[in-house]
Design a protein around this ligand. Structure first.
Ligand code: AGP
Length: 370
C-alpha cells in the first residue's frame, strides 16, 4: 500500500506533491515552440465559432466549481466575454439563458458527477456548445461534451481534490489565452508574458513544497480550534472558498470563506477573541483594502494569519500575528500557488485530529446521485 502511495503516508499528500508534474503535463503540447501561443489541436471549436460566442457559463460542483471561479475570472479579464458561474445542482432550476452563442464549460475531475452531467444535457438541449474540462477522458461527461480539454493530473485517489483543481486552473489559463489570441483581445507580447509566467509555476510549487514545517506547525495549532474564517478579495476570495472546503472536508473543523469586504455586513459579529482568521492577501491592487479588513477582525480579537508575497510580509506583520510568503507570479496566476499551503494546512490539520485523511466521513470521491 505504501508503494502505491509512492512512499507518502496518504494519497492526498502524494497528490499534493505531484502538482508540479501535473502542471507540466497539462501544459505539454499546448504551447507552441516559440512560447508565444497556445495551441489546442484537440478542439473542434472553430475560430469562427469562438468569435461568435457572446457569453460563457461555467458549471461544476465543489472544488471543480472553485476552479471555475478562478478560471472564469481569468477568461473574463483576458477575453472580455461575460462569464456566469453556477454550481451544477442549481443550474437547470434557474432556467439559465442559454443560446447557440453560449459556451458552456463544465468542469469535473471524475467526469461522472451527476449534477454536472445533467447541466451539460440542459446546455445541449438549448443548443449551446459544451466544453468539458476533465481528468478522465473516457468519462460520461467527456463522451457527451462537444469538446474536451483533458487535465493531465493522473489518477486522483484521495477524496479531497488537489492536483485536479490546480490542473483545472492551468487548463483554464491556457484556454483563456487561446480565446484571447483568436479574438485579438491580448497582444502577442501579453500572451508570451503570461505563458512565460505559467511555465515557471511548476518550479515555484516545487520550491514551496521543499519546506513545509511552518505550515505544518500552524495546522497543528489550528487543529485545536472548532471555528475559523478565510477572507480574501478577487481571486483570493475564490481560493479562500477552496481552502475552506478542503479544511472542512478532511479536518471537520468548521470554517467559512468570506469576501473580505463583506464581513462587516453581518459575519463580523462572529469574530471573537482568539478566533483564527486566514487572510489571503496576494493581490497587490487590493492589498490596502484587504489590510483594512484584517484590521477590522484584529480589533475584535481575531488571531490573523496572512498569505502574501515576501515583499509584503514585514509590513503585514504590523497588523497580523503570522504571515506566510508564497512565490511571486502574475496576479491572475497566483491561485495556482496560493492554494498549495491551504491544501497542506487541511492535510496536516486532519492528520493532527487523527482523521482518515484520504477517506473522510460521509463523502464519496465521485458523486453520481443528484
Ligand atoms: C473536493 O475536494 C471534493 N471532494 C468535491 O468537492 C469534488 O470536487 C466535487 O464532488 C466534484 O467532483 P468532480 O470534479 O469529480 O465532478
Amino acid at each position: 500500500v505504501t508503494a502505491e502511495k509512492g512512499g507518502f503516508d496518504h494519497f492526498m499528500l502524494k497528490e499534493i506533491y505531484e502538482q508540479p508534474k501535473a502542471y507540466r503535463d497539462t501544459m505539454r503540447g499546448r504551447i507552441d515552440e516559440s512560447g508565444s501561443k497556445v495551441i489546442f489541436p484537440e478542439l473542434n471549436l472553430t475560430e469562427e465559432k469562438i468569435r461568435s460566442i457572446n457569453n460563457i457559463h461555467i458549471v461544476a460542483c465543489g472544488t471543480a466549481y472553485h476552479a471555475g471561479l478562478v478560471g472564469g475570472t481569468a477568461i473574463e479579464r483576458l477575453v472580455r466575454i461575460p462569464v456566469a458561474f453556477d454550481v451544477a445542482s442549481e443550474y437547470r432550476y434557474r432556467s439559465p439563458l442559454i443560446t447557440p452563442e453560449t459556451l458552456v464549460i463544465v468542469v469535473s475531475q471524475s467526469g461522472e458527477t451527476a449534477d454536472t452531467l445533467a447541466a451539460l444535457r440542459e446546455a445541449h438541449a438549448n443548443g449551446a456548445h459544451v466544453l468539458a474540462i476533465t481528468n478522465v477522458v473516457g468519462s460520461s461527461i467527456a463522451r457527451d461534451a462537444d469538446d474536451v480539454i483533458a487535465t493531465l493530473a493522473g489518477p486522483e485517489i484521495a477524496v479531497a481534490s488537489t492536483k485536479a483543481y490546480t490542473s483545472q486552473l492551468i487548463a483554464f489559463y491556457l484556454f483563456g489565452l487561446y480565446l484571447a489570441e483568436v479574438r485579438g483581445t491580448q497582444t502577442a507580447e501579453e500572451i508570451s508574458h503570461i505563458i512565460a509566467a505559467m511555465q515557471s509555476l511548476p518550479e515555484q510549487v516545487e520550491a514551496m513544497l521543499e519546506n513545509t514545517d511552518a505550515i505544518k506547525a500552524y495546522a497543528e495549532h489550528i487543529s485545536n480550534h472548532n471555528n475559523l474564517f478565510f477572507i480574501g478579495r478577487g481571486v483570493d476570495y475564490a481560493v479562500a472558498l477552496e481552502g475552506s472546503l478542503k479544511l472542512k472536508e478532511i479536518s471537520y473543523i468548521h470554517s467559512e470563506a468570506y469576501a473580505a469586504g463583506e464581513l462587516k455586513h453581518g459575519t463580523l459579529a462572529l469574530i471573537e477573541d482568539g478566533i483564527p482568521v486566514i487572510a489571503l492577501a496576494t493581490q497587490e491592487a487590493l492589498l490596502e483594502k484587504t489590510v483594512s479588513n484584517i484590521k477590522e477582525v484584529k480589533a475584535r480579537g481575531a488571531e490573523v494569519m496572512a498569505l502574501s508575497h515576501e515583499e509584503h510580509v514585514s509590513s503585514l506583520l504590523k497588523s497580523v500575528d503570522q504571515a506566510f510568503a508564497i512565490p511571486k507570479t502574475l496576479p491572475l496566476l497566483t491561485p495556482a500557488l496560493s492554494v498549495v499551503p491551504l491544501q497542506l494546512l487541511a492535510y496536516y490539520a486532519s492528520l493532527a485530529r487523527g482523521n482518515d485523511v484520504d477517506k473522510p466521513r460521509n463523502l464519496a470521491k465521485s458523486v453520481t446521485v443528484e
